[in-house]
Design a protein around this ligand. Structure first.
Ligand code: SAM
Length: 264
């Protein structure tokens, strides 16, 4: 079967990398693992051997059918044929918490991560995920660096992010043009924005990051879905302890939360 580019199919073929990811996932006895995009099963055997129960979500119908046949005599492994971007935990055959593991398709890695944190939060005990290196760097970036942006702020507000190790293109077939990196996400017991409306927090972060070259004040004045009243924004920025002339990439996560709290 030919790899489908549209589904980001770059299959792991280096057993030492497979072993490293399975070991980094830290699966413990009694746990349920959810693997997103099992593909041809590179990580699957190792994960099934460690987990009490194993569920995978695969969008490719043919690959899902193949795994389903493989699991025919196993009543602790399930294939869910569907799109991880839309999948909710209540559609899975056993309840959480889940230890999530994935070699994510490059094109939707960031979006799948956001979906997990926004919609699965209490059901994910930890996630060990492989991304394109640039996306991994954005997830882990601290303020004041080039990689820091809205994705960094939103993800870090809900999870601790631990970059683990890099994986070279030669570990995959077909060989991708990009480098990869494995990251561990540890969802926080409570998001840093607890007590605030998440949709508003997201609107403030996206509004503030509309243009990295603009100052915070200018970005907020033009942001959609927020007040455009200049005096009210100026007062809120001051109340949040921020300088209106600062660029968005110099504002730490706590600053975005303070700003969401103070904006009318
Ligand atoms: N885990 C395998 C490995 O490491 O060799 C395959 C990884 S490959 C990078 C990504 C896998 O995710 C493919 O099997 C692809 O079909 C699947 N996939 C792509 N988009 C998906 C989605 N939205 N939901 C679920 N699976 C998806």
């Amino acid at each position: 079967m030919k790899a489908k580019r549209s589904l980001g199919q770059n299959f792991l073929v280096d057993q030492s990398v497979v072993d490293r990811i399975v070991s980094a996932a830290g699966v413990r006895a009694g746990e349920t693992v959810v693997e997103i995009g099992p593909g041809r099963g590179a990580l699957t055997a190792g994960l099934r051997a460690l987990a009490d129960q194993y569920i995978c979500i695969e969008k490719d119908d043919a690959l899902a059918a193949q795994l389903d046949r493989q699991f025919a005599d196993d009543d602790r492994s399930w294939v869910v044929n569907g799109d991880a971007l839309e999948m909710m935990p209540d559609a899975l055959p056993v309840p959480g918490p889940y230890r999530v593991v994935a070699n994510l398709p490059y094109n939707v890695g960031g979006r799948i991560t956001m979906h997990l944190l926004e919609n699965w939060s209490g059901d994910v005990s930890a996630a060990t995920l492989m991304f394109q290196r640039e996306v991994a760097n954005r997830l882990a970036a601290v303020h004041g660096t080039k990689a820091y942006g809205a994705l960094s702020v939103l993800v870090q507000s809900m999870a601790e992010v631990w970059p683990l190790f890099g994986v070279p293109p030669g570990a995959f077939r077909p060989v991708p043009k990009v480098q990869s990196r494995v990251v561990r996400l540890q969802p926080r017991p409570e998001p840093l924005w607890a007590g605030l409306d998440y949709e508003r927090f997201r609107a403030v972060v996206h509004g503030g990051f509309q243009s990295r070259r603009k100052t915070l004040m200018n970005s907020l004045i033009n942001a959609t879905g927020l007040t455009n009243d200049v005096d009210a924004i100026r007062a809120a920025v001051q109340e949040a302890g921020l300088d209106g002339g600062v660029r968005p990439d110099n504002i730490p996560v706590a600053g975005w939360i303070a700003l969401t709290r103070s904006l009318p």
